[in-house]
Ligand binder design. Structure first.
Ligand code: PAF
Length: 281
């Protein structure tokens, strides 16, 4: 497994693979790898011959400097894990090479329809920063396929739309959310939870599951408001908990075929997000 931090060098390596007609599959990450990433990598291995993992904590997508500063960085253990997972190449670019004119001058890609609500509303500028970095990684690494987790469902839809709007010839594949035994979605941020908060954290997913079970029995607004009050009772500060059409994130309508319930809540200083998908009954 080769680790590159220079774009030119990994480009050269990738062009050799491409001349052999090998399919390149990208898993982009911000590091602090866990089982959720491992399952995206296993999926990536089944989709092509060469798996490239990028590790870059992208300053442009953090709307709070303290969040960026505290984001866990564990490069050495990440690289050891990637080696054990038989990844073909790792890309760990430097900030200055990705943003040669500084963060403030970086171009931002807007996908207005899908970014107004949810994380787009509560983390202003976040998705513009995600789109910019993903676009840069796509241009440098030229993957045939890129895998993104379903856990960041709004991000997944936005990246799909960006690929479509900007004519990237890249197949976007969604990987399933890995969960702890109590249902908590795996996330690099879970390490910030205190033992007491960790005990409460499963309530986010149990409320999503409750909506799925009760969908045909209760109204949408009752399902949403009772999730809010249940979560707040368990010390969570809810940012959003909404039942939407999974294709476009709009309210449920007659044309809805699949439903997504999107949720974000704070437990102390830690922000958790999660979702559940299910077909319209
Ligand atoms: O989902 C993430 O970890 C990040 O948003 C991504 C896609 C790696 C871009 O920095």
């Amino acid at each position: 497994m080769k680790v590159y931090s220079e774009s030119e060098q990994i480009r050269e390596h990738i062009s050799r693979w491409k001349s052999n007609k090998d399919k390149i599959v990208l898993v982009s990450t911000m590091g602090h790898l866990h089982k959720g990433h491992a399952s995206l990598i296993e999926l990536a291995k089944s989709l092509g011959q060469c798996v490239v993992v990028s590790i870059f904590v992208n300053p442009l997508q953090f709307n709070q400097e303290s969040d960026f500063a505290h984001y866990p960085r564990t490069l050495d253990t990440d690289i050891a894990q990637l080696q054990a997972l038989n990844v073909d190449a790792v890309f760990t670019p430097h900030t200055e090479s990705l943003y040669p004119h500084g963060i403030q001058s970086a171009p931002k890609i807007l996908i207005p329809e899908l970014t107004e609500e949810f994380d787009g509303r509560f983390r202003p500028g976040h998705f513009e920063g995600v789109c910019t970095i993903v676009c840069k990684l796509f241009n440098i690494l030229t993957p045939d396929v890129a895998v993104f987790g379903n856990k960041d469902y709004q991000q997944l839809l936005i990246i799909r739309r960006m690929v479509n709007e900007l004519n990237f010839h890249i197949n976007i594949v969604a990987g399933k959310t890995e969960r702890e035994a109590d249902g908590l979605a795996m996330s690099s941020r879970n390490t910030h939870l205190s033992p007491k908060q960790r005990e409460l954290a499963h309530h986010l997913y149990s409320n999503l599951e409750r909506v799925k079970k009760q969908f045909s029995i209760e109204t949408i607004s009752l399902l949403e408001t009772s999730a809010y009050s249940h979560l707040e009772k368990h010390s969570m500060r809810v940012e959003y908990f909404n039942i939407r059409d999974a294709i476009n994130l709009q309210p449920i309508s007659d044309s809805t075929r699949e439903i997504v319930v999107l949720a974000a809540a704070w437990l102390g200083e830690t922000r958790l997000i999660d979702n559940i998908l299910f077909p319209m009954p």
